[in-house]
Design a binder for this molecule. Structure first.
Ligand SMILES: *[C@@H]1O[C@H](CO)[C@@H](O)[C@H](O)[C@H]1NC(C)=O
Ligand SMILES: *[C@@H]1O[C@H](CO)[C@@H](O)[C@H](O)[C@H]1NC(C)=O
Ligand SMILES: *[C@@H]1O[C@H](CO)[C@@H](O)[C@H](O)[C@H]1NC(C)=O
Ligand SMILES: *[C@@H]1O[C@H](CO)[C@@H](O)[C@H](O)[C@H]1NC(C)=O
Ligand SMILES: *[C@@H]1O[C@H](CO)[C@@H](O)[C@H](O)[C@H]1NC(C)=O
Length: 503
């Protein structure tokens, strides 16, 4: 089964004003919302800073040339070339949400540079040209870097814009290997400012390029995430992201759809509802799934005729021969003595899932056809409709929500019969046994795999907690990021585009 994933969104921001209350409009059709808390933003910020640094270095800064007059020597031509930023130590950094968007600021950053220097001059004392060259290491200290990002939705994907980007260098220390001392001083005087602004420009340009790339990645996030060969999660973003001063919220359509046979959706009704909020602010992430999401999965299973169960083995095999039914349905035995049988169980309409504060309940509508087997083939003799009321327990399993069901009770009625009336009260214990020993294990084998939560590849849910509330399930959790996914360091989380395939 494909277990892909989507967005725990990176950084983000909003083109809307800060709001304290989030409301979804009914027509916007968002059934899953994702909220990243300040703690989650801090975690992402650290990842981004790490990725940014490793994508920036080594950074080549354009060469600088200068002619200047030195007392007694006259005019000296100086060149510094091959200026390379090879190390960056980022000082304290923070991410802050505001009306303008998301601000990321890193202060007290130090850059280490290496470069080659060269000078030449000629004077009346020495009419031949004198020149020398060597290398130098430069430390640029107190670099302040700031970015402001805007985030919106465009055609169902995220659109990241750079609203502001700046880099400011405070101090420069130059250490020459070799060279005359007069040159050292001249060099500092002549080049300090230019090296500083070259570093500022180069870093700013690199960050701008990086944001463009990040935007491309975000826009390329898939809108469809396969659950299996036939079913996918509609991960289209709807509505603009919403922000408070300490969190960002996103909404996606969130429903599952069958590829071949899109279901006629009756669950596309939704009350205006606040976005998820985890009461525990120490969690990085909150994901709220509306019960419509679970109903959409159930509906696609129904459409895919996933539940067509021909039962030809049960613990008490005597019930698969008419002889076993001799006393319960005597007319069956009389008409087909000692014939083998099988049972054909199918869903008669999509299961209905209801989530309440204390319970995840399901009503499952099935038809059970009693088939008699003879040499001419399968003869359906009667059909019993079963309405099974079940409750499920839900748990977080990796990045999936998995479940298991147990039957609370069931009711039955005769839908049709070719063998006259049946005494249902006699059949009921048999049905109960079949439900418990055949039906429940079958359904649980599917529920056990679960459905994926919309988490970007590379991130893993950790210390997740589940909260059920009226008509939705909330997952509140931290995430970890697997460093192994990022060794191919490109600017920012290239793994965003990939999927995992679990079995
Ligand atoms: C330029 O700088 C890099 C990094 O310090 C160094 O590896 C390379 O050899 C230098 N190139 C020249 C031509 O000096
Ligand atoms: C930069 O240079 C300083 C002094 O040589 C050194 O302590 C520091 O570790 C270097 N940082 C990086 C990132 O290379
Ligand atoms: C966020 O806003 C709320 C009220 O609007 C305020 O009480 C809270 O202190 C603010 N938090 C921060 C971190 O600014
Ligand atoms: C996916 O969701 C978007 C936004 O709600 C919707 O416009 C689109 O029709 C959905 N796609 C399918 C195939 O249901
Ligand atoms: C099982 O029953 C369904 C109708 O409920 C029918 O469409 C299907 O063909 C039956 N399968 C077999 C193998 O008899």
């Amino acid at each position: 089964m494909a277990t892909p994933t989507i967005c725990l969104l990176l950084l983000a921001s909003f083109l809307i004003q800060a709001q304290t209350q989030f409301h979804v409009h009914a027509e916007d059709q968002a059934f899953t919302s994702i909220v990243i808390s300040q703690k989650g933003l801090d975690f992402l910020k650290e990842l981004l800073v790490t990725e940014a640094v490793s994508s920036i270095i080594p950074l080549q800064v354009p060469q600088i040339e200068k002619s200047m007059r030195i007392p007694f020597l006259g005019s000296v031509h100086m060149v510094v070339s091959n200026i390379t930023i090879y190390g960056i130590d980022v000082g304290p950094s923070y991410i802050k949400l505001g009306d303008d968007g998301i601000a990321i600021i890193a202060s007290e950053t130090t850059c280490n540079l290496s470069m080659n220097w060269y000078y030449s001059y000629s004077t009346w004392l020495a009419p031949v040209e004198v020149s020398d060259k060597g290398s130098a290491s430069v430390q640029v200290e107190g670099v302040e870097i700031g970015l402001t990002l805007g985030l919106g939705i465009q055609d169902g994907t995220l659109k990241l814009t750079l609203k502001d980007c700046g880099c400011y260098v405070k101090e420069i220390f130059i250490k020459l290997d070799g060279g005359a001392s007069w040159f050292y001083q001249g060099m500092i005087d002549a080049f300090e400012e230019q090296i500083g602004s070259a570093v500022e420009n180069s870093i700013t340009k690199k960050l701008k390029d990086g944001i463009v790339k990040l935007d491309t990645y975000l826009q390329a996030l898939p809108k469809e995430i396969p659950l299996d060969d036939d079913t996918y999660l509609n991960a289209t973003f709807v509505n603009d992201p919403v922000l408070s001063n300490s969190s960002i919220g996103f909404e996606i359509n969130g429903l599952f759809t069958a590829r071949r046979k899109p279901s006629v959706s009756e669950y596309h009704k939704k009350d205006s509802k606040a976005l998820v909020s985890c009461s525990d602010p120490s969690k990085m992430l909150g994901i709220a799934l509306d019960e419509a999401v679970f109903n959409s999965v159930a509906a696609t299973y129904f459409d895919a005729e996933f539940m067509q169960l021909i039962v030809d083995k049960i613990p008490d095999q005597s019930f698969l021969n008419t002889a076993g039914w001799r006393f319960i349905v005597p007319q069956l035995y009389k008409k087909y003595p000692n014939h083998d049988m099988n049972l054909n169980i199918s869903l008669s309409s999509p299961p209905v899932i209801k989530i309440s504060e204390h319970n995840v309940g399901a009503i499952i509508y099935t038809d059970l056809i009693i088939d008699v087997l003879d040499e001419n083939g399968v003869i359906p003799v009667a059909c019993i409709s079963l309405v099974i009321r079940a409750s499920s327990s839900v748990k977080i399993w990796g990045n999936n929500l998995a479940g298991s069901m147990k039957v609370e009770d069931f009711s039955m009625s005769l839908k049709w019969s070719n063998i006259g009336n049946l005494r249902l009260y006699l059949i009921q214990p048999v049905m109960w046994t079949i439900i418990q020993t055949v039906f429940v294990p079958y359904v649980n084998s599917h529920l056990g795999k679960g459905i994926q939560l919309p988490i970007v590849h590379g991130f893993t849910i950790q210390n997740g907690e589940l909260l059920c509330s009226n008509s939705r399930i909330m997952v509140c959790s931290d995430v970890t990021y697997a460093a192994s996914y990022s060794h191919n360091r490109n600017w920012l989380l290239p793994s965003l585009l990939k999927y995992t395939h679990a079995t």
